[in-house]
Design a protein around this ligand. Structure first.
Ligand SMILES: [Zn+2]
Length: 326
């Protein structure tokens, strides 16, 4: 892992730090180390919540190659006994896929003209199974895992492989996993094929749990270090913290924050900030507040276009500021 000393979006060095735990699954399967403490931060400026400790390329490869496959499942189940096969498969169940497609289609139908969306790319979209049927006449998948796409979707290695302007890029449930999401998004916006008329749709889970002030005390920090030095305590503590978060959307005084697959936690403000820094103008920002498997507070959805270079910076800032969350 490497450590950042400033907010990954706004570069601010002013943030609140809360000690957090590295669970056994991440230690053994991803890091190959015994490090069991890390730091969770909340940026004072853009409000992004993030882990100061970021996965390097090798660690990302271990975590996401064969993602949710048998080896992943067995390793995770060994240290998280509550992680069942049903949970492992839940994100790719037909029910979840249909629901995600339906919500995305409704959102796009409301905020765009579907008949104008011909060339559609799902960026980081697994096998392209989340692209709604009615969205796009030419469908592409750009995913580093390079798994075989579903029928009707063509896999590409780069956006420029399409050879013409893309109408819509879908980037759903990706940015919460990426260590340098700023660079990744800037590279995407700067690619051939991402033109002034390309729409970018971003969807991230809204995971803004309330955090007990007790976790911000030095007493908690000292005890966290001691208690997390034992594997049994880590596993039990992890379980009770998951239950409390799932039931109450809170990290309570007897709970712990742990690093796992999500390392960035956005709210509306931080997502707008990220878009603006990557040369994007926000067209619409929505928050559906529907409960799902990873969050009690639904998803944040953002629709953007490349910034009009004729506008001044202050014009752009005020237009993003006027965008209302639903
Ligand atoms: Zn920030």
């Amino acid at each position: 892992m490497y450590v950042v000393n400033k907010c990954p979006i706004c570069d601010s060095a002013e943030y609140l730090t809360i000690p957090a735990m590295i669970p056994d699954f991440i230690q053994k399967y991803v890091l190959k180390s015994k490090q069991h403490i890390c730091e969770f931060c909340i940026c004072n400026h853009c409000q992004l919540r993030f882990f100061k400790n970021r996965y390097n390329d090798k660690e990302l490869e271990r975590l996401y190659s064969n993602y949710r496959g048998e080896a992943y499942f067995q390793a995770r189940r060994r240290y998280e006994p509550w992680y069942t096969k049903k949970l492992n498969d839940s994100n790719l169940s037909s029910e979840v896929i249909e629901r995600r497609k339906h919500l995305l289609e409704e959102y796009l139908r409301t905020h765009t003209d579907l008949s104008q969306l011909n060339i559609v790319v799902d960026f980081g979209g697994d096998r392209g199974q989340f692209i709604p049927k009615s969205v796009g006449t030419q469908k592409y998948l750009l995913d580093v895992s390079q798994v075989s796409p579903v029928e009707g979707v063509t896999s590409i290695a780069e956006l420029s492989d399409i050879g013409s302007s893309v109408d819509l890029i879908i980037c759903a449930h990706v940015l919460e996993h990426i260590p340098d999401m700023y660079q990744m998004l800037c590279d995407l916006v700067g690619s051939d094929g991402f033109t002034d008329r390309t729409l970018l749709y971003i969807e991230v889970p809204a995971e803004q749990w309330e955090i007990s002030n007790f976790l911000k005390t030095t007493f908690y920090e000292k005890n966290l270090k001691t208690l997390t030095s034992w594997s049994v305590t880590r596993i039990v503590w992890d379980f009770f913290s998951i239950v409390a978060r799932a039931m109450f959307n809170k990290v309570m005084f007897f709970n712990v924050i742990k690093i796992h697959e999500h390392i960035n936690f956005y709210n509306e403000k931080s997502l707008i900030e990220l878009a603006a820094k990557c040369n994007l103008d926000v067209i619409h920002l929505g928050h559906d507040h529907s409960k799902n498997i990873s969050t009690q507070d639904g998803n944040i959805r953002l629709l953007a276009k490349k910034k009009n270079t004729m506008q001044t910076t202050s014009d752009n800032e005020s237009s993003a500021g006027k965008t209302k969350a639903e």
